[in-house]
Write a protein that binds this ligand. Structure first.
Ligand code: KG4
Ligand code: ZN
Length: 341
């Protein structure tokens, strides 16, 4: 990332192919592959940016939450780089990174400027969080205090997509597979309805009951003469996606209304979902609220969003020492950006 907060290069080494045969991420394999790929990825980023170590002003790293093995590899490498080059080090909360991704455009390369306060929905494989981000009192064009309004009580939205895809035999990662199957189902209504868990209650979410409802219908179909046809598989995928999107959109818009939001932010891996993007855009347009969504490649995990969070924290004078530790259970401190980034 350049000094102006623009992305100079973005390289992502996806491990999806490695883990797909196991139907989910295998932590031990993830950590080992992380260690193998780290140096080549840094080199590739330098190549893409046409720069080298002399151009680097600081090192940013995700310090949590997440899988401990992968976090340890990243933090150890970042500390080594910071020490060897005498550079400042900033440990970033992964969730803060996802929120910041909404400032990475579109358009690609431009910095989006959501109006604060904003309500942010972060939906990934490990998070379903509804957040309120105030304006920075010193500079209202910048994000300030962050407060969590609600979160999932069981499965994260992306986790629910992955689990439902697995039980329908649609493969891993589940989100894109469900989205494709839902498109293939077409618009005709299915002969069953799925629940919308906690739709009207507070700001928390619950997706495990929805997953169970899909599992029961799928099992039941296996016992009938018609069996588990391709059509039912696609309809279940579509109805599941509709149910998740209904709940996410309804709660986000209620939060936006009640919290006096001037914009809505959507991010995290599930924000790649076309149906969610379209439905939330429609709901925001109906209220005249701008919606900030990162380009798809900055929705799923990437280093650009971590660099941007660190960039903003550094500007506020935040630095971490070489004692920085990975924290797999890291939450965020409710408070100003510089503290939680
Ligand atoms: O943010 P991310 O890359 O990693 C985490 O921090 O978890 O999110 C990955 C999650 C996976 O659960 C994946 O199935 C989901 O994002 N995802 C999608 C789509 N693309 C990725 N979910 C729904 N629709 C998609 N198109
Ligand atoms: Zn993530």
């Amino acid at each position: 990332m350049g000094e102006d907060g623009r992305v100079a290069a973005s390289v992502v080494a996806s491990q999806a192919a490695l883990h797909s045969r196991y139907g989910g991420v295998v932590p031990e394999l993830a950590a080992r592959r992380h260690a193998e790929l780290l140096v080549p990825v840094v080199r590739a980023a330098f190549d893409e940016a046409g720069s080298g170590w002399a151009d680097v002003a600081a090192i940013a790293v995700t310090r949590g939450p997440g899988l401990v093995g992968a976090l340890l590899v990243g933090v150890a490498a970042a500390k080594a780089m910071a020490y060897a080059r005498g550079l400042p080090l900033v440990g970033v909360n992964h969730l803060a990174g996802h929120v910041m991704a909404a400032l990475l455009g579109p358009p690609e390369g431009e910095r989006a400027q959501p109006a604060w306060p904003a309500v942010a929905l972060v939906v990934s494989g490990s998070h379903t969080d509804l957040l309120r981000i105030a304006a920075d009192p010193d500079d209202p064009s910048r994000p300030g205090e962050l407060r969590r309004l609600g979160a999932t009580r069981d499965d994260a939205a992306g986790e629910a997509f992955d689990k439902v895809a697995r039980l329908l035999g649609l493969g891993y990662p589940g989100g894109p597979a469900i989205e494709r199957a839902a498109e293939e189902a077409g618009p005709k209504r299915a002969g069953f309805a799925l629940p919308r868990p906690m739709r009207r209650e507070g700001y928390d979410f619950s997706f495990s009951g929805l997953k169970t409802a899909v599992a029961l219908l799928w099992e039941e179909a296996g016992r009938t003469a018609a069996g588990r046809g391709e059509r039912l598989r696609r309809e279940l995928a579509r109805e599941f996606q509709e149910a998740v999107v209904d709940v996410l959109v309804e709660k986000t818009m209620r939060a936006a209304d009640e919290e006096g939001a001037r914009s809505v932010v959507l991010s995290g891996g599930v924000a790649r979902n076309g149906r969610l993007r379209a439905r939330l855009a429609e709901a925001c347009a109906a209220r005249g609220l701008p919606l900030a969504v990162p380009p798809p490649r900055y929705c799923t995990d990437n280093a650009a969003m971590i660099a941007l969070a660190a960039h903003l924290a550094l500007a506020r004078g935040r630095r971490d020492s070489l004692d920085l530790d990975a924290d797999p259970d890291l939450d965020f401190e409710e408070g100003p950006l510089a503290a939680w980034a």
